[in-house]
Design a protein around this ligand. Structure first.
Ligand code: ATP
Ligand code: MG
Length: 244
């Protein structure tokens, strides 16, 4: 019979310890991140109670309460999604997906938002099939493109292209935005991590998008990689198993 030696058990124990540590971090972050919007909402309610007939305050309160409520809703949705992916083995609805069609579909959808920010999306797609869950793939690209819009500059560009590399189909999303500083390459995939917390709050960032993306990519047996980092922008490569 097989018995676990100390030598075999150590890496497993190490892994359990880090995942426990990560869970504690996650809960600590969640507590903090939930408190901030709730405190703001609470403060506005107090103010409205104190100054019952101040129309300017009322306008301000409405705007900010809505903003903070939207943020909370977004956070609850993403945090629950992420922790459920960590916890349960999901039955993914994997099937062959034609990536050209899917990418075109997503780019059309995101174009409205890009135009609002005066950004242009440039596409160059080749036909190829991947084996993945369509809903997850959709969420992966929407999150990445959302970042490419949010962290771009005025009149910036976004390039989306794909190529086939034998066993994999790779998609590259490049933007002409503010870029990701050296030293943050791995951190950006951690839950709640944001390069610039203040700026990110203004752009409504929570720091869960890429953590969710990474998990979803891994669950499709894919890979995600930050390609180049400099002030000229960001490029992210995502690959999925090629379906022949
Ligand atoms: P969320 O996606 O949950 O709404 P977020 O966009 O802040 O919030 P992530 O998508 O996880 O969070 O990204 C983490 C951080 O990485 C961002 O806050 C930002 O600082 C940095 N980042 C991500 N994508 C880009 C990009 N294309 N260009 C520059 N910085 C980026
Ligand atoms: Mg994001």
């Amino acid at each position: 019979p097989y018995t676990l030696s100390l030598h075999d058990a150590l890496p497993i124990l190490e892994k359990l310890k880090t995942s426990e540590h990560q869970q504690k971090l996650f809960i600590g972050n969640i507590t903090h991140e939930f408190k901030t919007p709730l405190t703001i909402i609470r403060a506005y309610v107090d103010l409205i109670e104190m100054y019952t007939d101040d129309p300017l305050l009322l306008e301000d309160a409405k705007k900010n309460i809505r903003k903070e409520t939207d943020r909370l809703l977004d956070m609850v949705e993403k945090a629950l999604h992420l922790s459920s992916l960590e916890k349960y083995d999901f039955e993914f609805n994997a099937k062959p997906i034609e990536i050209k069609e899917l990418l075109r579909d997503i780019c059309d959808r995101i174009n409205v938002k890009a135009k609002k920010f005066e950004l242009t999306i440039h596409c160059d797609f080749k036909e190829a099939y991947i084996w993945a869950d369509p809903e997850s793939v959709m969420q992966i690209f929407i999150n990445i493109l959302d970042n490419a819009i949010k962290y771009n500059r005025p009149n910036g560009k976004i390039f989306v292209s794909n190529y086939i590399d034998d066993d994999n189909v790779c998609v590259v999303i490049r933007d002409t935005g503010i870029g990701i500083p050296i030293g943050s390459e791995d951190k950006i995939f951690q839950p709640f991590y944001r390069v610039d917390k203040e700026r990110s709050r203004q752009t409504s960032g929570i720091g869960l998008g890429l953590a969710l993306v990474k998990k979803l990519v891994q669950m499709q047996n894919g890979n995600i990689k930050l390609m180049n980092i400099n002030e000229k922008g960001t490029a992210i490569k995502i690959s999925f198993p090629h379906y022949f």
